[in-house]
Design a protein around this ligand. Structure first.
Ligand code: SAM
Length: 280
């Protein structure tokens, strides 16, 4: 019988966040697939566990993924851990889950530390609807395309960012959404120097231009304000608008077509009423 792939979250800064279930799952797994075996070895030593470790990281997924899958198919249980937080969220775990799911292998996700959820919850911004955007690309063209696709996004947006790229990212976010847009910069979550800065993008730029960013960040950005719908016009008002466009030099037919598109009234009807107005 095939084994199971367990997704085991690890603390994002505070060892106190290791739950009993996390410990038990690591203890029971036949082997551990780790993003960085040195980081995971420290964690296992802390827990007093000795386990066979294999490497599974961004640049070996194509070779290591099928090997891990093969071991699971032959009956071993694997615990996947990444450097910190929940595997498969902005790390290569995503590909291993897809591979196992496709092969019909059971995947069990153990709930636990995750930078995205921790930041969103503390942000003070609306959490009812949000979109997780991960890291922005470093490639300029892809980065611009990503940001352009978010220009009208009304949901709260969550980004991961490394400290050395923070200023550039804040500049790009400010150019895209405007310096008045609210942002919560969640830094060093669960650690001794945890800090949540709730400011505008413009203020965040001023702050981090004066104080070099340090530590790990999650940026939670307010969504775009809801667009105000133009109040619906009555038929008479729509006809008056056609007449006004006509008086301004537009052809009557064209004006009627434009207002029909805007309001949903029939072009013919608008044309007839506007003509009568013009003749009165
Ligand atoms: N899978 C992980 C998770 O779910 O938490 C995230 C992995 S991603 C490669 C690493 C990013 O998570 C960092 O660049 C940072 O944006 C964010 N992060 C991780 N730990 C953090 C912390 N303690 N405080 C703030 N952000 C953190």
């Amino acid at each position: 019988m095939a084994g199971i792939l367990y997704l085991v979250p690890t603390p994002i800064g505070n060892l106190g966040d290791l739950s009993d279930r996390i410990r038990e799952t690591l203890a029971l797994a036949d082997f551990i697939a780790a993003e960085d075996t040195r980081v995971s070895l420290r964690l296992l030593n802390h827990l007093g566990l000795k386990k066979p470790l294999v490497s599974y990281y961004r640049h070996n997924t194509e070779t290591a993924g099928p090997q891990i899958l093969q071991r699971i198919l032959s009956g071993e249980d694997c615990a996947l851990v990444t450097d910190a937080g929940t595997p498969a969220i902005s790390d290569p775990g995503e590909e291993l889950v897809a591979l196992c799911a496709e092969a019909g292998v059971q995947v069990v996700s153990i709930p636990g530390p995750c930078a995205l959820v921790t930041a969103l919850a503390v942000s003070g911004l609306p959490t009812g609807r949000f979109t997780f955007e991960g890291f922005l690309a470093t490639n300029r063209k892809n980065r611009r395309a990503h940001l352009d696709s978010l220009r009208d996004e009304q949901r709260t947006m969550v980004f991961y960012e490394a400290p050395h790229k923070l200023l550039g990212t804040l500049e790009d976010l400010s150019n895209c959404f405007g310096p008045e847009r609210r942002v919560s910069l969640c830094r060093e979550l669960t650690k001794l120097h945890e800090e949540v800065l709730r400011v505008t993008l413009g203020e965040a730029l001023d702050h981090y231009r004066a104080n070099a960013p340090r530590g790990e960040f999650v940026l939670v950005v307010e969504g775009a304000p809801e667009r105000e719908e133009a109040p619906a016009l009555t038929l008479e008002e729509a006809a008056a608008r056609v007449a006004a466009l006509y008086a301004g030099g537009m052809g009557m037919k064209e004006a009627a077509r434009q207002v029909a598109d805007e309001t949903g009234f029939q072009k013919k009807e608008l044309y007839r009423l506007a003509l009568r107005r013009a003749e009165d």
